[in-house]
Design a binder for this molecule. Structure first.
Ligand SMILES: [Zn+2]
Length: 452
């Protein structure tokens, strides 16, 4: 860029802003490098620790490493052309500056930080016995000079308590992006970056691709980048949240921390931080420490990255077709699913976390077609109800409301749509009659009996 006198600088900067904004909106940004950061690390920085009574005492740094390794493997498998750079693959300590430096030096196009959440724990107490203590009572006799003090001892039983930390009730996965008011820090990260910072100009001569961010024009452009990064971080974060929601886990949305998150601001690229679960919540702690949970999280994040990549690169991406238990392709959730009311709701207490469901038409066979959703995922798509059973198993999530919803795809010949559901819970058997129509869904909530 040729230097001109001051008034022209403003003009040039404004022009640049216009041109770049235009280029940004039309030119795809290719995702060539993705940096995955396993939060915390080493004995110096274990992160949060499971501290409630009977917790697994797991440490955040180990959980983040395990999930990150699975995420790196999944991303490499699903996006073979993309360079996936982990900040660490072993239990080593890294200063946040070190993590940001790795990401910036790798010239990442995305920065994914894996963490686990925690919250303040309340103290609980329980009586573990009693002890005998001696107390004294003082009484007086007589009056005036004859007044005498009498001390009598007596014994009392008093409870002995044991104190412990109560588990956190909050659970779920949340996604964080750098706060809007922290864009100046992001701007600094951009300006401190490579002097020959690469700008996607979509075929424009490469000479124009180098910019000095120390110049006023450069500052303007860096500001556009900071804004653009925030917008892109938000877009990716939203997709991650959606994919988490699709797994049936509580998805706590996209958040901006007022305090700011240093590592997200210090990186010269769109960046998100995923709090995979609460280490001090028993269900979450088990989930983020399990192979199944870690893989589910890695797959959900990968799916979100694939969607994001396709969107910014302007390519088509069709999410994998999901099939129901019978192998039939699942179509999208009907638009009116949420709009329908639940009139017929039942609650069933069960002993086992796996229960078998057999679904029949109740009464006359009249071509009733139904779909079944379990914890909002479609498990059974547009099946006719007949006299012979449609059977499937459901896996209940402990400590959660497990809801099975019957959705009527038609009314059959004799409205409403009625189904007989036989629930096999170990040796116990429940028969439930459900009724749904085009305005109402039927629901069964399963509650796991406490085995203690
Ligand atoms: Zn953390």
């Amino acid at each position: 860029m040729i230097r001109k006198k001051v008034p022209f600088l403003i003009l040039i900067a404004a022009l640049h802003l216009l041109i770049l904004n235009n280029l940004f909106s039309q030119t795809p940004k290719y995702i060539k490098t993705i940096v995955v950061d396993a939060g915390h690390g080493g004995s110096k920085d274990p992160g949060a620790i499971g501290q409630y009574e009977n917790s697994l005492r797991s440490q955040e740094k180990d959980v983040t490493l395990a999930i990150s390794l699975k995420l790196v493997a999944e991303l490499r498998k699903q996006l073979p052309g993309v360079n996936i750079v982990p900040t660490r693959t072993t239990d080593i300590y890294q200063d946040p500056r070190e993590k940001a430096r790795i990401a910036n030096e790798a010239k990442g196009d995305l920065f994914l930080c894996i963490h686990a959440d925690s919250g303040p724990l309340k103290q609980g107490r329980r009586q573990i016995g009693t002890r005998t203590v001696t107390r004294h009572k003082i009484t007086y006799t007589g009056k005036g000079k004859k007044k005498k003090k009498i001390r009598t001892s007596y014994e009392v039983e008093e409870p002995v308590y044991e104190y412990f930390k109560l588990p956190l009730t909050r659970s779920g996965t949340s996604v964080w992006i750098f706060a809007a008011h922290k864009t100046s820090d992001k701007l600094k990260a951009i300006m401190d970056g490579d002097e020959n910072f690469e700008i996607e100009t979509g075929g424009v001569d490469s000479v124009e691709n180098s910019l000095d961010f120390k110049t006023p024009e450069g500052r303007t452009i860096a500001a556009i980048y900071a804004k653009r990064y925030q917008e892109r971080s938000d877009r990716l974060a939203t997709m991650v949240n959606e994919e988490i929601e699709a797994t049936g886990r509580p998805a706590l949305g996209v958040n901006q921390r007022q305090k700011g998150i240093w590592v997200l601001q210090a990186t010269n690229m769109p960046a998100i931080l995923i709090e995979t679960g609460f280490i001090n919540n028993p269900d979450d702690e088990k989930y983020i420490n399990s192979e199944k949970g870690q893989q589910e999280l890695a797959s959900a994040i990968t799916e979100a990255v694939k969607r994001y990549k396709a969107q910014v690169e302007n390519t088509n991406y069709t999410p994998p077709t999901k099939t129901d238990i019978t192998g039939k392709k699942i179509t999208a959730t009907p638009a009116d699913f949420e709009k329908r009311e639940i009139k017929d709701a039942k609650t069933i207490m069960v002993n086992n976390s796996t229960v078998k469901i057999d679904l029949y038409d109740d009464g006359e066979i009249d071509n009733d077609i139904v779909s079944v959703y379990f914890n909002k995922s479609l498990i059974f798509d547009k099946k006719p109800l007949t006299a012979s059973a449609q059977s499937f198993n459901i896996e209940l999530v402990p400590g959660k409301t497990n809801e099975l919803v019957l959705y009527a795809d038609n009314l059959g010949n004799i409205p409403p749509n009625t189904a007989l559901m036989v629930i096999t819970d170990g040796t116990e058997r429940h028969e439930v009659r459900l009724s749904a129509d085009l305005k109402n869904n039927a629901s069964i909530r399963f509650e796991l009996k406490n085995k203690n």
